[in-house]
Design a protein around this ligand. Sequence first.
Ligand code: NOJ
Ligand code: CA
Length: 686
Amino acid sequence: MRWIAVFFATLALNAASAQVPSAPVRAIAPFCSPGGVVCVSVAIDGDGRASYSVSRLGAPVIAPSRLGFMLTDAPKIERGLAIMGSSERAFDETWEQPWGERRLVRNQYRELSVAFAEREGLQRRFAVVFRVYDDGLGFRYEVPAQDGLATARISAELTEFVIADPGEAWWIPALEWNREEYLYNRTAIDAVGLAQTPITFRTEDGLHLSLHEAALVDYAGMNLSRAEGQRFRAMLTPGVTAASVVRDTPFLTPWRTLQISDNAAGLAMSNLILNLNEPNALGDVSFFEPMTYVGIWWEMHLGQASWASGERHGATTERAIRAIDFAADNGFGGVLIEGWNVGWDGNWFGNGWDFSFTQAYPDFDLERVAARAQARGVQIIGHHETGGNAYHYERQMRDGFALYQRLGVHVVKTGYVADAGQAQGEGPDGAPTMIWHESQAMVRHQQRVVEEAFAHGIAVNPHEPVKDTGLRRTYPNLVSREGARGMEFNAWGQPGNPPEHEANLVFTRLLAGPMDFTPGIFGMQTSSPDGVATTWAKQLALYVVIYSPIQMAADLIESYEANPGPFQFIRDAPSDWEESLVLNGEVGDYVTIARQERGGADWYLGAITDENPRVLETPLSFLAPGRRYRAHIYADAPDAHWRDGRERIVISAREVTRADVLTLRLAPGGGQAIRFEALPGRIRGS
Ligand code: NOJ
Ligand code: CA
């Protein structure tokens, strides 16, 4: 917690130098990003209420929006405030990700810290620190230790976000039973309901905004409630008492973030969320290697096998060995095995009390499977489904991680399947109690899991998680997560994901960070009415479009064995990148992303569309100068269609250089995937 110490030293200095101004400071003039693009202003009104506003290139983006807190056991902190002083600094560094969508990340901002205090009464003090980037800003409250506020019991944050211009929003509802697993709504901004973040806006002028948060640590997740018109207020996920958050002072809140771009691609290129997180606090995480993995998984979702024991049990020794051999033969790094452990036989959903994280079912020989994995150079990906019962899990997770460590497991997928508000954690009296998945209690639980896993050389991939807020920078063993509707929704016999779903995700949920979406299905007929509503080419493109350092080849082994042509792309595609470029896109319509593999010269491209066909002229200027590449192209056939021509794919190869422009023809619900294999030698004359 070195960074907290640095911050409080800074705050103490500011406070010492900040005298109560003789004539109160009423406003702080626009304070701008390094390139002068984004500016923030701060003001106090006649009642002593603080507000901030944001502009981009001189035009308002966030109209004056209030700041403050409501507390359960003391008057709210909102009126009667004065600006006590302010300080500024500039920062510019380039840091390296141990794994990621790009290796090097530039973090360049200007910071404004504004100290506020109540002029009368309890004279409580806090600061708001703004970090202003050319592509947006983040701000957080910093509450120092003080007599009038030893413990903050926060019932509500009064932070507002008033979107200045009319436009549209893409959002999912908050506090609904299915957590983060909803299809995106597209409505007018002034028709948004209680919403989760990230939420994406496009104003009538074409400005793209994404509101979210960064560094959610020991605090409740933030949702947005719309007060009226385009005025949103932070709505903290409820806790187990009337307070959503209980913190002793001093403390920092998470950053409230706003990414701003004049096009959709710019939002997806932004590093703002990562940059607002603290540097790696763990050190070496080289035990984790990005990989593609297969699993004993899709068969359960299709209903062909079961997690529970019995005749249909999926996780048998024989099946695990078959999956390990298949992974090894095809160059994949891991095998996920779900349902290996005792606890799946009764009603585990939203319950979880029966799960053991150390005891295998009798038809699963853990030692033998682990030995085979080791012999074949493949990792087992562990699985800890908790049924949302964090209370029960915390009492076993150390033993569970220790077992996995002994067996050479370096990644564990965790799961919290329970309706929203029906997870279980420790209440104030130490007894188990019902909690929300993004409550302060679950955020703390996530932290304990990440730390315990790290102590055992293990990375985690939570499903039904706390939302991503960029913590992978600080805890790089928090490698991926679910937190949206993944592929599994196409298997369950109810309406699955529509063709626009992934083009929505790129510009909403995925702005927060990696997702374990589990692409790569070739068996398109499922019991869902529309099956898997994409073409095969789009399934392949998702390996590039959706970033995750662990990427599943999710289909049954038989599907891959039967289709070696398209399967080749899944075998080739890396899951760790030197650089990533969003070449074009519109929210919910289409997107094209190119990525260079880390430690190699090859590039990969993925383009996807919604239900509409598209022709995308794509210059290859991202390729290295002076090099020739063989482009291995996986394209929709002319008659491909997500409804009745999903398997129609044309695989071809041609030589290209960065001077070429490719015409990508995407079918309805289609896509295109390309591997640009760097050829030896240089182009003459270059
Ligand atoms: C839901 C997860 O998203 C899925 O991947 C997993 O198979 C089941 N829970 C069981 O843990
Ligand atoms: Ca799920």
